[in-house]
Design a protein around this ligand. Structure first.
Ligand SMILES: [Zn+2]
Length: 101
């Protein structure tokens, strides 16, 4: 059930801050997404995609569901490749399609 709304020219009407933060539409919902160059707080986070550490200074993606406050408990810190691959490795596998012998 892919939605096909092409709104290429309708991007980020009013940036709230100078952050690289935006709401992105994905198959699993809308997410606030912020791409950060690296944590300045020196904290290490746990990437939910690969269950490895996101070390301080690693460029990564901070995401939380649209409609929720940007509280720490909602935020997830992802490695950039893990964030982009998460829908591909999700629970919806394409097994069962194709020929079986
Ligand atoms: Zn990861």
């Amino acid at each position: 059930m892919a939605r096909r709304n092409r709104r290429a020219s309708d991007e980020a009407p009013r940036p709230l801050r100078s952050d690289l933060q935006q709401v992105e539409e994905h198959e699993d919902g809308d997410w606030h997404v912020r791409r950060v160059a690296g944590s300045s707080s020196g904290k290490t986070y746990r990437c939910p995609g690969c269950d490895q550490e996101v070390r301080p200074g690693t460029p990564h993606v901070v995401a939380w569901p649209a409609g929720t406050a940007s509280g720490e408990e909602h935020r997830r810190h992802w490695h950039t490749p893990c964030w982009e691959a998460r829908l591909r490795r999700g629970p919806r596998t394409s097994r069962g399609r194709g020929p079986r012998y």
